[in-house]
Design a protein around this ligand. Sequence first.
Ligand code: GDP
Ligand code: MG
Length: 602
Amino acid sequence: VDMSRIRNFSIVAHVDHGKSTLADRLLELTGAIKPGNENSQVLDQLQVERERGITVKAVTASLNYKYKNEDYLLNLIDTPGHVDFSNEVVRSVKACQGVIFLVDANEGVQAQTVAVHSLAKRNNLIIIPTLNKVDLPRADPENTKSQLKSLFNIDPDTVLSISAKKGWGVQELLEAVITRIPPPKADLNKHFKATIIDTWHDKYRGVMCLAYIESGSIEVGQTVKWRSDLKQHTLKYLALLRPNEEPIEKAVAGQVVMVGCGPKGGGSVGDELLSLESAEETKVASAPTVKHMVYAGIFPSDQSQHTQLSDAIKKLALNDSAVSVNVDSSPALGQGWRLGFLGLLHLDVFTQRLLQEHKAEAILTAPSVPYKIKVKGAKAIKQYKGEEVIITNPLLLPDPHNIVEYYEPYVIGTIITPVEYIGAVNTLCVDRRGTPLPSSSVDEKMTMMQFILPLSEVVIDFHDTLKSLTSGFASFDYQDYGFHSSSLVRMDILINGALVDELTTIVHTSRLEYSARRLTTKLKEMIPRQMVQIAIQAVVSGKVYSRETLKAYRKDVTAKLYGGDVTRRKKLLKQQAEGKKKMRSVANIKIPRNTFVDVLKR
Ligand code: GDP
Ligand code: MG
């Protein structure tokens, strides 16, 4: 392969703007698949194949295309595209030199359009601005072009127009990929080195990897080593994904290929595969710095399904290297895990895949964010291994006397909304402790608003509330804005004086009274009345901020049966006992399990 004839690119877009449909057309046009009506979202369907243990990774395709009598190798690399999948994990972007930046000419620029554009810009990629869905009668290409001009300073003359559905303009787009995007800057003359962009599990062949070859070349049978542990392996599998596997004997710098070293061969995202001679590379790479922004507990809905869920999480985590998995247990929910995600979308995608691809039934707790603190006092510093500590579990917050400073994660939220909802959006964001940034006009009807928002105020319900406030017309996306100093406290919930571990939270001081009242009233509604009176208190540093009392009630289901029918009586007692299994007992008070999941949601 001649490197000047390789193009590595990806398609980025707001959700539903036509990424998958365009990918189908590109596959057809390059002969990777036969044209026809059955080709609906081929790359997506491959996920289903993977579920059944067939080894095709759904995210990439090497395409052959003849342009001006020259053969080109075009690698379409799927990038997660979303800001959740933050810079350091978007390895796939590293393998790309350009992107097709797709915008629905019917809907116009949306919040995620802004996010993917800035991702491409940050990575210095060539951007091919492309309007899609121009076949629709209500499409307004001229207006969408002027949106692109005013928001991103994109020259309208460089914008292509296509209909991915009808195939209009797709050939011109493919030619723009060849003429506008440069070939990869890989070096054929150096030692072999490939970065792993993605991994997945194959039942028979072990870990399979998608790799971008940065330098040198590789052949099947060659001995290679991982940068992370320097262990040597034989390269067993080498293939192009077209998108079906096509085995090859040799691959060179600039290419994107599937590699595998067999069942014990290893491989993980971000690691590097090296040739034996590459002595200068023999440092152990530091673990990739993934920044988890959202945490949630996950528990089997029934402990008998623990092993099944455990297997599913393990398999999925291999395919999704950004998720962190730690064992967790809760008296209410049993044995489970605490998972760390890059963001809300990541959490959604992971849990959806867990259910769909692995049929795992699980209970998911309300998401929470990590906090950061600075500790003082020699003992505290020693105990917390340093001055600054990330706290992912509120129960592990040290004594307030040892905390010098609290920090919470912030994001820059981007909202694109029709102008008539500006007031409502503003109120929502200010309510959620947001600070407005200057807004910009998208066109006469739409505006782009930006706010600095605490992530904790965004993780629960923000998107849904925004959608319902704007009749579904506003779109939202956010970008990490780092940790910033904040005024936080730990709030505990006591039931008849006993601490309920699972309900301890970290709250902003300005929200103290509100959160305290909300939690106690909600608990009062959710806990069934029992034989004794129940006091529910929200407490901060020993001070009670809210208290609710649930009156005693004598619940004897068998009383009205006059001790008559014995079997009926037994049946009722059995039912009652089963109900109890789903209860967690605190200070002899029975609390239904779902309380722990639902009470922290808004
Ligand atoms: P993705 O979320 O970006 O992958 O979007 P999809 O490719 O799944 O497309 C979302 C929807 O838009 C689907 O119902 C497609 O059939 C439709 N769609 C995609 N491209 C076009 C187009 O060019 N014209 C029309 N009319 N519909 C399209
Ligand atoms: Mg899609």
